[in-house]
Unconditional design. Structure first.
Length: 236
């Protein structure tokens, strides 16, 4: 499904946050009844943690709502989700305002806001990554593929790797561009931590050496390097 098919003139443009989240939202809109994480993961082919991340974001943006399914039997009811009718532009501005306020609060109150943002990003990167089995050793190519999946699901629109010896991933869209322009240290540190956490979780033979914000208009670049003691090419 192309991103161009996701936009309805009566709804906010979901393409700006990536095709995967749009697929989740479209599934909610087409479902006759509220659906759970497992059904969405099976239908979309996304990892369950990624589905939860998208659902939490959609709920936060007012595009979906969470409820508890009545089971009619003892036990904890599972969470199910359904799409919400149209939101107004004012609602979206309020969400952006909240993000600016919280980012500003972090800048003013934390002793080392960039370090804290990096640690938070790393924790989320580990959570969102598709963890390999204990016996599986990923190659550099496979590791980059899993990292790119996390980045795409988060809305960064990663491009093809530009070099084999010193891989560079072009990030063609920043989902938090307005925040990054005002609070670059925090936002970019958060993104850097996200990528580092994802690669650590998959036990990649690569690490993110640095993130170059705004390497070109509407483009950031993630520069990868070999992890000490691990070969980059071929089997890890």
């Amino acid at each position: 499904m192309s991103e161009s098919t996701l936009h309805d003139p009566t709804e906010p443009d979901t393409g700006a946050v990536g095709e995967s989240r749009g697929r989740v939202l479209n599934l909610l809109r087409s479902a006759a009844d509220p659906v759970g994480v497992r059904e969405i993961a099976e239908e979309t082919g996304l990892h369950s943690n990624t589905v939860r991340f998208h659902l939490d974001t959609l709920v936060g943006e007012g595009l979906a709502e969470r409820s508890s399914e009545a089971l009619g039997r003892p036990g904890r009811p599972r969470a199910v989700y359904s799409a919400v009718a149209t939101r107004t532009t004012a609602d979206r501005r309020s969400y952006q305002l909240l993000a600016h306020m919280l980012t500003g609060l972090a800048t003013e109150t934390l002793d080392h806001p960039a370090q804290s943002a990096s640690a938070t990003g790393e924790a989320w990167g580990r959570y969102l990554a598709d963890t390999p089995s204990p016996a599986q050793r990923l190659t550099a190519e496979e590791s980059i593929s899993r990292l790119s999946r996390v980045l795409d699901d988060a809305g960064f629109d990663p491009g093809p790797v530009e070099s084999d010896s010193a891989p560079v991933i072009p990030l063609r869209h920043c989902p938090f561009l307005e925040l990054a322009e005002e609070h670059r240290d925090i936002v970019c540190s958060l993104h850097l931590g996200l990528m580092r956490g994802a690669l650590k979780e998959v036990r990649a033979p690569l690490r993110v050496d640095r993130l170059e914000p705004f390497a070109a208009p509407s483009l950031c670049t993630a520069h990868l390097a070999r992890t000490e003691g691990r070969p980059v090419n071929g089997a890890a």
